[in-house]
Design a protein around this ligand. Structure first.
Ligand SMILES: *Cc1c(COP(=O)(O)O)cnc(C)c1O
Length: 463
């Protein structure tokens, strides 16, 4: 049953040429990159789906905003414009610009977490987990069970398992839980959304035990769209009101603006109560790490583009088209019997490489093997979200087995057209048709101790 492509609610005013290499040129390029997709040059990728972070196309309004940016060191008009947009959309009193999402984490986490403390999340994104640990605390994941089964087509697979969360609070002691983090959408589970009902329940438990609730809000707009689509109560509620209600359940948020806010660089840190002692500490940390609190590591022109992008990112026509693109690609994969984390989430299609290459064990990285095939087949750059990314046990050094072996095709916003999506589908279909020919996976010949997937060198296993 074919899913129709949702037409773009924009037209194209400026274009960027992309190169088409031959298959044998691509085979040479990926070998020269040691079979690591991060080692490729961007110009050697025909369709670059490595990430949806900072790869968005800005609008004419945003580019006009770049020209209007006020570069005053303190109190720039672009800062006040950004603050007003943040207050209006999220309903929080204090809005702090920072240079990207992990900067917000670096500024906030040490203020609420330290040695002996824990943070609980529906699933930590890797930089968020890193900043919990850098603050001396430990990160506990607590996602609903359905998230772990890619073929279970349930709505809101990004939800927190609230009963399990309360169990963890009692087990570790409420006084030792520095914060709860609700990640929307749940990136690590495949861009799966969190329901408003789950927001309510998580917030009620946090209030019961007086634990601050932080929203990791990179994809707040896509999450709101899913609430409108799938939670009956919100069918007729404007997206902006849904966002306001989502944020009403939190105490603070950290946000990478490189995703739903449609800019190439930026982030925000928001606190509901503008007059709280926490805000004074945030300003102090920000001045040390990021820059004076009215710019936080961003130039005036970047703040101006972000203030505009915040509104463009919540436009319902845009969100319908955005999620529509993902549904279109997922529909083509359904027709071809290709498995992925379903229903498709907000920012990418997470193809189940275990199902594509059932004969390749996790220790030979099936999702990395599929990413390499996609590049050879059509010049598509994707990435492994599986055992290759997960790495080794820090104590024993043994390769860990991930819950999933996903190859992620992350979709940049307002960048690719229907024809590009057809190329993605057709590349996967032809790889599946010849999947028996890919007999073995890859081995690592060199790796750094942490976050190895960015830099490791691999080679194909023959035989
Ligand atoms: C991208 C992301 C971050 C980190 O943001 P950066 O802008 O890459 O530093 C944190 N949390 C989630 C859920 C993200 O997707």
């Amino acid at each position: 049953m074919a899913v129709k492509y949702t037409p773009e609610p924009f037209r194209i005013k400026s274009v960027e040429r992309i190169k088409m290499l031959t298959r044998s040129e691509r085979e040479q390029k990926i070998a020269a990159a040691n079979y690591n997709l991060f080692g490729l040059r961007g110009e050697d990728c025909y369709i670059d789906l490595l990430t949806d972070s900072g790869t968005n196309a800005m609008s004419v309004e945003q580019w006009a905003g770049v020209m209007r940016g006020d570069e005053a060191y303190a109190g720039a008009t672009s800062y006040y414009k950004l603050e007003a947009a943040g207050r209006d959309i999220f309903g929080y009193g204090y809005i702090q610009p920072v240079h990207q999402g992990r900067a917000a984490e670096k500024v906030l986490m040490p203020l609420l977490l330290g040695k002996g403390k824990y943070a609980i999340s529906n699933m930590f994104f890797d930089t968020t987990r890193a900043h919990v640990e850098l603050a001396g605390a430990r990160a506990l994941d607590c996602v609903v069970a359905a998230a772990k089964n890619p073929s279970v087509r349930a709505p809101f697979k990004g939800n927190m398992d609230v009963a399990q969360m309360e169990k963890l609070i009692n087990e570790y002691g409420a006084e030792n839980i520095g914060m709860v983090v609700l990640t929307v959408t749940n990136n690590s589970a495949g861009g799966q959304p969190v329901s408003m009902q789950n927001f309510r329940e998580v917030s009620a438990v946090c209030k019961k035990y007086s634990i601050p609730l932080n929203i990791d809000a990179a994809r707040y707009a896509e999450n709101a769209f899913f609430i409108k689509r799938d939670e009956k109560e919100f069918q007729n509620t404007p997206i902006k009101e849904i966002i306001r209600q989502m944020f009403s359940y939190g105490d603070m948020f950290t946000m990478s603006a490189k995703k739903d806010s449609i800019v190439n660089m930026g982030g925000l840190l928001g606190v509901k109560e503008a007059e709280s002692p926490l805000v004074l500490k945030i300003k102090a940390n920000c001045i040390s790490y990021e820059g004076f609190y009215t710019y936080g590591g961003l130039s005036g022109r970047e703040m101006e583009a972000l203030a505009i992008g915040l509104y463009e990112g919540i436009d319902e026509d845009f969100l319908r088209y955005r999620i529509g693109q993902l549904e279109y690609l997922a529909g083509r994969l359904d027709d071809a019997g290709i498995a992925y984390q379903s229903p498709v989430g907000g920012h990418g299609v997470f193809v189940d490489a275990k199902a594509m290459f059932p004969h390749i064990p996790y220790s030979e990285f099936p999702a990395q093997a599929l990413a390499i095939e996609l590049y050879k087949e059509a010049g598509i750059r994707s990435c492994d979200i599986g055992s290759y990314m997960l790495g080794n046990d820090p104590d024993t050094g043994a390769q860990l087995e991930a819950d999933f072996e996903f190859t992620r095709l992350a979709i940049p916003r307002r960048v690719y057209t229907q024809a590009h999506f057809d190329i993605m589908a057709e590349a996967l279909i032809s790889i599946k048709a010849a999947s028996g020919k890919i007999k073995r996976g890859y081995r690592i010949v060199w790796e750094p101790p942490i976050l190895r997937h960015f830099q490791a060198r691999l080679e194909p296993i023959s035989g």
